[in-house]
Design a protein around this ligand. Structure first.
Ligand code: CA
Length: 241
């Protein structure tokens, strides 16, 4: 091999050996960045939409996900007082599984919101991961949909720093039993073949199957089956208003 070709090959190999570790490092950094962004810290209403009938008592959980060193938290949850009545507010297990906590809630029913807060007690580290921080029980008063507006949310670390996070609320549909969906994918206050077909498509589902959706378990017995289809069929053609 002529010497100038040998020189080119050596220089080429030198750059390849330089580039591959860099490429490997770059890929590792990209993967690490994706890992960080995929565990976004969130506080959320655990079910984005909840279907109930009039005069039903039901609970929604407020969850956190992707938290690290969570020592305390607070939120406001707004709701429509002509559609829902607040029954009870309880602390979830996320913090008090591992420590003593101080939990407080105040119902501002005339303004249509509740204020809830909780802190760990003692000089201890916060909690990591996902879990339920509060459970809110409502009773449905009248037909309609009601936004559960989660706002003024605060997540506090053990060194009393506020964590950046996103907050996601939910919607409650107070509708006819068997009205599970409509043309936009949400209940439309009428029970028609779209609803019956949708329940049939989840036939046999139980938690934690990916097909499972508690909104389709009309009689709340933990399985979507003929009993649920039967209830929807008995309400076939009903609508509101
Ligand atoms: Ca419907």
């Amino acid at each position: 091999m002529p010497s100038h070709k040998l020189k080119h090959t050596t220089v080429g190999l030198f750059f390849v050996s330089l580039m591959f570790p860099l490429t490997g490092l770059a890929i590792t950094l990209i993967i690490q960045q994706q890992d960080i962004s995929s565990v976004e810290t969130t506080i959320l209403v655990s079910r984005s939409n909840v279907n109930v009938r009039v005069n039903q008592t039901f609970a929604v959980n407020i969850d956190v996900s992707g938290v690290s060193d969570l020592y305390g938290w607070a939120f406001k949850l707004g709701y429509n007082t002509s559609t829902l009545e607040l029954v009870n507010v309880a602390e979830g297990s996320f913090l008090n599984n591992s420590r003593d906590t101080y939990f407080v809630s105040k119902v501002m029913s005339t303004d249509g919101y509740i204020l809830v807060g909780c802190t760990s007690l003692g000089n201890i580290a916060g909690v990591n991961g996902n879990g339920t921080i509060a459970s809110i029980e409502f009773r449905s008063l009248s037909m309609g949909n009601c936004t559960l507006d989660l706002y003024d949310t605060k997540l506090v670390s053990s060194n009393r720093q506020l964590m950046s996070h996103v907050a996601t609320g939910g919607v409650v549909f107070v509708t006819i039993q068997g009205d599970v969906t409509g043309s936009n994918g949400y209940p439309d206050f009428k029970v028609d073949m779209r609803d019956i077909g949708a329940i049939c498509s989840k036939f046999g589902a139980t938690p934690p199957s990916p097909k499972w959706d508690p909104n389709y378990d009309i009689n709340d017995d933990g399985i979507i089956n003929m009993r649920d289809i039967g209830i929807a069929c008995s309400n076939f053609g009903k609508h509101y208003p």
